[in-house]
Design a protein around this ligand. Structure first.
Ligand code: EPZ
Length: 423
């Protein structure tokens, strides 16, 4: 398996273009199942998660063409209604084909995604929501069978869960409701920008949706949807990851281009509170290191709160920020695999009950570490930027799932990172 060797101590400068959002692309690609016509989706990042989604769609009968960041996709005929285990287990977000498959042909057979290292990944709220629209749901042999014999019928659906709203659950119900008979009201809906981007995509296809981005979304079912051209929003988590890289290792300043600063407000606020200098433009953010860095107390929350997907990266920053910082993940309390790896590098992190207590040390020391999930892996890459020595990170396929050429982008800013072939 490939690995990274990060030569610590380089200082970063210059600018980079942030890619299109992985987490906006995945449900939007699934939504192409809702029309027989051709869709062109621009700025889909070339990462393994989006490639897995395209494989699943091809498996269902879609014609797919990928050319320089654009995906041309046409689901004229659907030859199967199954998303098989060998594909779903690789990429949990494939569950978001349930809603469009039900809407398109009143049936869907999708493997249960199972858990992952960041925690149990249930889909009970997805299934409750789709049942609320008239689907019969049965689970056997690790597969979910959904069938809407009388078609889908709009209703009021509450999607709130004990850990807050569900992003992909909201997406699934929205994609099912757009072709349902009558009106659907989703309460307790996720408000993430990626949900809004999906709604914008569906509206441009001819769907009637209002309230996306708020906890209450109203959808009036229509008879059919058409093909469209759409550009996905910038990836706010990739952007946030590079902001932390700048906070840790900028020589003077680094600048991110093609971002939507509004989507990063909670992250920018925390970095400013930690003493970093931020300059915010219409679609750029520049960051410089804090002269007197201070730690922070962070609790992850659904958007617009601090995102769980940025929690690991902040732990990397706080590992060498003087004083005590506290990071609590209310969404995925188990999402601290990065902590044990950072401790191998000399970090002073204690994790208990979903909360990390981090006492900053002067400098981390390079050590062989292992990537475990997408954001934890990115955090280890960040930690290696300022560690003493050369940090070797194995299992970097985790990083390639959701970051488009992250090593090339950091090298372009002056980092020294080698991607070594499998032994
Ligand atoms: C999306 O996952 C993102 N993935 C995740 O990003 C992100 O961490 C997560 O939202 C939270 O923001 C994509 O968009 C592809 P949820 P999703 O359903 O939708 C519980 C990354 O690093 N829950 O919003 O699967 C769940 O256990 C990935 O890019 C239920 O209880 O997450 C969690 O505690 C990782 N029942 C909370 O809700 C359900 O049916 C939020 O999960 C569904 C979820």
């Amino acid at each position: 398996m490939e690995k990274f060797v990060v030569h610590g101590g380089s200082q970063l400068s210059g600018s980079l273009n942030v890619s299109g959002s992985k987490n906006a692309s995945l449900p939007i690609l699934a939504a192409t199942l809702l029309t027989r016509e051709e869709c062109v989706i621009r700025r889909v990042p070339d990462v393994s998660d989006t490639n897995y989604m395209l494989q699943i769609l091809q498996n269902l009968g879609a014609e797919v063409e990928r050319a320089s960041g654009n995906v041309i996709i046409k689901c004229e005929k659907i030859r199967s209604h199954e998303a098989p285990y060998d594909l779903v287990r690789k990429m949990r977000a494939s569950v978001c084909v349930m809603g469009p498959l039900l809407a398109r042909q009143n049936r869907a057979d999708v493997s249960l995604p199972g858990g992952c290292v960041i925690g149990d990944r249930p889909i009970d709220l997805h299934l409750k929501g789709l049942e609320g629209l008239g689907a019969d749901v049965t689970v056997d042999g690790g597969n979910v069978h959904l069938e809407a014999r009388r078609g889908l019928i709009g209703d009021t659906i509450d999607m709130a869960g004990k850990h807050g709203a569900t992003v992909l659950g909201t997406d699934n119900v929205m994609m099912a409701a757009v072709l349902a008979k009558g009106t659907t009201v989703i309460t307790g809906a996720a408000c993430e920008p990626e949900v809004v981007d999906l709604a914008d995509f569906l509206i441009s296809m001819g769907a009637k949706i209002s309230g996306a981005g708020t906890p209450r979304i109203e959808i009036e079912g229509v008879d059919e949807l058409g093909g469209v051209k759409h550009t996905v929003i910038p990836d706010r988590i990739e952007a946030g990851t590079f902001l932390v890289a700048g906070a840790m290792a900028a020589k003077d300043q680094i600048t991110l281009k093609r971002v939507n600063p509004e989507h990063l407000a909670s992250v920018s606020q925390v970095l400013e509170a930690c003493g970093c200098g931020l300059e915010i433009g219409d679609n750029t953010i520049s960051i410089s290191r804090a002269e007197n860095p201070v730690g922070a107390n962070i609790t992850t929350e659904p958007y617009p709160g601090f995102p769980t997907d940025m929690q690991a990266q902040m732990c990397a920053l706080f590992a060498t920020t003087p004083g005590l910082s506290v990071v609590k993940d209310t969404i995925f309390p188990q999402r601290f695999m990065h902590a044990s790896e950072m401790k191998r590098m000399g970090a002073n992190i204690e994790v208990d009950e979903g909360t990390a207590m981090i006492n900053g040390v002067e400098q981390l020391s390079a050590a062989p570490v292992m990537a475990s999930d997408l954001r934890a892996s990115a955090a280890l890459l960040l930690a290696g930027l300022t560690a003493k020595g050369n940090t070797e990170i194995s299992r970097i396929y985790h990083i390639d799932r959701g970051y488009e050429h992250i090593d090339d982008k950091l090298v372009g800013l002056g980092a020294e990172i080698e991607r070594l072939p499998a032994d």
